[in-house]
Design a protein around this ligand. Sequence first.
Ligand code: ADP
Ligand code: MG
Length: 256
Amino acid sequence: MLIILVGLPSVGKSTFAKRLSKELYLRGVDNIVIGSDVIRECFPVWKREYEEYIKNTTYQFIDSALRKFYVIVDDTNYYNSKRRDLISIAKRRNKDYMIIYLRAPLDVILERNIKRGKKVPNELILEMYNKFDEPGMKYAWDRPDIVVDTHREINFDKIVNIILDKGVKKSKIEKNRKEDNSKKQIWDKVDKITRDVVGEYIKKDVVKGKDIRVILKLRKEFLKNLKSNILNDERCLENIRSDFKRFLNERLDNDK
Ligand code: ADP
Ligand code: MG
């Protein structure tokens, strides 16, 4: 699952991400926190022209981590275009996603920012605050699953439960989809085996003329009877060819 944090600088995202990561781990979920700072801080200085590279590399990092772990994205993600990019990474990997929106009163945010030494100028936070695309305001896909007020006590148990519930629901869907797929594959094989046998009978002149219609009908009948039985796994396939031939031989003989 991809967990996308959204919030202004100094609202408490990194603090929240660290704690959430620990809590998820304690509940058995292997996870990783990734933010663009991880890449940004690899450079000796900051330049605007590095940002494109930083963004793309962060996306690649998230994408490969998603194959193995829950990923918590620790970035402001305050443009909805960023959130859309992240969501499409999750979708491409067939993973679920969640948006957690962290907020606090502006004066609290600015005060925290001053306290930690104004890594980001307060003016920039103000500007972002004014331009901020609150998640869910414009698009339904962007609606936050959880809103956290970091000025109040945070109930991590509740948050972890919501995340785990969503993960379980998704994995059930995934499991059903896999089961349906493998059933379909088995049916495709049965379909082919029985077609092959019919082809073989026609080719070897075991049936000819109007009997061809009969054998086609018998094939349908055989498949219909099979459907009510259970074709659970590949092992059922082993005997299909001989079962079908026996079925045909009995009926074709009876007709004669
Ligand atoms: P962000 O990653 O959003 O920029 P940080 O997690 O680095 O924010 O937090 C910014 C400052 O606010 C830090 O000094 C941190 O200790 C403090 N802080 C973060 N979360 C809380 C909280 N829930 N309550 C009080 N202070 C917090
Ligand atoms: Mg941070």
